[in-house]
Structure formats: C-alpha cells, structure tokens
Design a protein around this ligand. Structure first.
Ligand SMILES: [Fe+2]
Ligand SMILES: [Fe+2]
Length: 304
C-alpha cells in the first residue's frame, strides 16, 4: 500500500485525475476510485463521503493542478465576485503554495501575481481590501498576503514599471516562504520566543532562499529578499549581520516590520494603530536600521 496523505474536503472536486483512497472500518487503506474516474455527483452534493487520501507520490501533481484551478478561480472571482471572495481565494492559493513539499508548489505564483496586478488596476479598492478583510487562514498566510498587498500599494504609489511591480510583489509574497520548513508551533505562537526558538526561527531566511533557488524562472531578487529581509542597515539584523542589503529586501523588510506591528496581536502587546506602528519604526529609522527614503514614501503611501 502506498504512503497516503489526507485531502481537504473543500478541495474534493479537484481530484478527478487522481486515485483516491479511504480507510476501512478495520483500519485498512482501500482504493476508492482509480485515476481519471469522476466522483459520484450525488455523493458530492450530499456531502456524505469518508475522509479521502491521495498517494504521497501524487502530492506535487495534485498541488500543481489545484493551483492552476485556483488561479482560474481567482481571475473569475476578481471579474465577477466581491472582495471577500477574492481574499478567500488568494489565501487558499497561498496556503496551498506554502503547505506542500515545496519542490513545485510555488511555480504558479507568478501567474497569481499577474492576475492580481490586473485585478488591482480594474478594482481600485482591491489592495486595501486584501489587507483589511479577515480570512480564517493561518498567521503566515495572512501575513504574506498583507505584505504583498502593502508592497503592491507602495509600488503603485511610486508608479514603478509594471514588470518591477510584479517582481516586487512576488518577493513580498515569498519573503517568509522558509517558515514552511520550520516547526509550526514556533511560527504560529503569539508568545515571545525563547532564545532557542528564536535561533530556529531565524533560519527561515536561509531556508527560504534555498527553496526559492529551486525555481530558475524566478527573478534572483526573490531569493535575495527571502535571505535579507531581516538584515538591517546598521548590521544588527540576521542571518549574516550584513549592511549591504538589496533595495527589495530593504523595502519588504520595512513593510514586514510595519505589518507585524499593525496587524498582529501578541500576548505581550496588542496590534497597533498605523500612526503608532510608524512611530516605532521611525525610531529604528533614526537609529540607522531602515532606509529613510523608503520610510518617508511608505508613510506618504499609507496616509495618502
Ligand atoms: Fe521573515
Ligand atoms: Fe515576514
């Protein structure tokens, strides 16, 4: 019997191409349907079916197929549905991308960015909605979408060329991709991390850069941003304590910090109002940690 992994009930309609398994009453894994055989329509409508599983070896192909379908859904949601539905679909896409074995699961994200880019041009309130509408997704999915939307807002505000905006958006969406290789408890906690947990957490920069490096079609800046977004201009950052930081990593590092202060409740402090979050970052700008020009532009962009 192959190694099996459970599938999400909400995704059941996407599995026609793949064999599905279920666990019998006596704990035996049995084949429910062969590849390319459709699931019974009535069964789907009644929502009465057991927990299904796919073979572990199908996981990457499943995620690729699912992301393709989700991108089509995102495009049609943007043209016909409300902002809540758009946020929900985008979070689903990001969740799939960050939850798989990463070998191929990021490949469709540039297309996601492309769809969002044109969506933001059509719906002027789209980016603001992506940040403000809450969705029941994991902290890291919500955070990645927020950083993406804030970065896109900044780029549109600065009137960057189209290709540059898309690249920066992909950098933003994937800046924390390395966290998917780190213990979920450390990533999702609202408590202050212990020293040991913090040193594990810091590794998401190096792990993220490595993962993104597996995609030769991605712009180099995507991996560099994953690596450098916690570096600071005074050398106080990590993982290497370098003062030489790419522009993308400086920008997304600053937006990343702002997002964390503004949107994330912790047990030791509440999420802050924009002005208070910017005040805290301003102190770090004065201390030489962040790029002053980027900070001023971000303030102008947020209070425009
Ligand atoms: Fe990070
Ligand atoms: Fe982050």
């Amino acid at each position: 019997m192959p190694a099996l992994i459970p599938i999400k009930k909400s995704h059941i309609r996407y599995y026609n191409k793949f064999p599905l398994y279920y666990i019998s009453k006596n704990g035996e894994a049995l084949l429910y349907k062969k590849a390319d055989k459709k699931l019974d329509k009535e069964l789907l409508e009644r929502n009465q079916y057991p927990q299904f599983f796919i073979q572990k070896e199908d996981e990457v192909a499943v995620v690729e197929k699912l992301q393709g379908v989700l991108n089509i859904k995102l495009a049609s949601t943007i043209s016909s549905k409300g902002l809540h539905a758009i946020k929900k679909t985008l979070c689903e896409i990001v969740e799939e991308a960050l939850s798989g074995p990463l070998e191929n699961t990021l490949a469709s994200l540039p297309e996601t960015i492309e769809i969002l880019f044109y969506g933001a041009k059509k719906k002027s309130d789209l980016l603001e909605a992506l940040i403000t509408i809450k969705n029941k997704s994991s902290k890291i999915v919500e955070h990645s979408v927020n950083v993406l939307a804030l970065t896109a807002q900044y780029c549109f505000f600065k009137k960057y060329p189209e290709e540059q905006i898309k690249t920066f958006c992909l950098c933003a969406l994937l800046h924390d991709v390395g966290t998917s290789k780190i213990d979920k408890k450390i990533i999702e906690t609202k408590e202050k991390l212990t020293d040991k947990e913090y040193s594990i957490y810091k590794m998401h920069t190096i792990k993220g850069c490595r993962e993104v490096g597996l995609y030769p079609t991605f712009d180099k800046s995507v991996g560099i941003t994953a690596l450098e977004h916690h570096e600071r201009l005074d050398g106080s950052g990590y993982p290497h304590g370098t003062k030489q930081i790419s522009f993308e990593a400086q920008l997304i590092g600053l937006i990343d910090s702002y997002e964390a202060l503004k949107y994330q409740d912790k047990t030791f402090r509440k999420a802050l109002e924009p002005y208070d979050a910017l005040q805290i970052i301003k102190k770090d700008v004065v201390a030489g940690k962040y790029n002053k020009a980027i900070f001023i532009d971000l303030c102008s962009c947020l209070i425009k």
